[in-house]
Ligand binder design. Sequence first.
Ligand code: RP5
Length: 192
Amino acid sequence: AVQSLVDDLRAEAERDRPTEETPEVGIVMGSDSDLPVMDGAYDALTELGFEEVTDDDDPPEARFTFETYVVSAHRTPNLMYAYAETARERGLDVLIAGAGGKSADLPNMTASIAYPLPVIGVPVQEKSVSSVIGMPTGAPLVAVDAGKSFNAALSAVQVLARAHPELETRLEAYHEALQDGVGTVSRELHER
Ligand code: RP5
């Protein structure tokens, strides 16, 4: 199964897919046990109108899409390599890479291999923070705090928004919605 995924990624990188069709954002995580944490990125992207594309054949309706892969640096290194190496040719614009454990190497290696594609690293656990942020000079990886995959996705959309004003509008609308309820404490809050 891993080899066929590797072959598919490489074949896809060879194909000239129309840019409208390829997802803009790729989410990768080291294990499906990371899903509960990485779901925050899914929530943020869908909140901003992105649609997840899966391997079924239905074409997405949304203009902006993302894909999600479980790729392990240690258990499927060839797949990690293939995914990161082909990301740009496949048409992805930014990756969100999460991993946990003490040697959370997927974000770092994905950033190194996919360079110069921007990668945003998500330490899935507190103990993963130092291994995710500890990149050498010249091999950049922007990282968020442990578990903050929602913010990683917002940052990914901020990167895209520079070339897509409609995403900037969505980010501003989302930010305004966050402001609601800030300011004077409303009477009903007191009465809770
Ligand atoms: C990392 O090891 C994964 O990202 C995960 O956070 C951790 C444990 O993986 P499992 O043993 O739960 O598959 O590679």
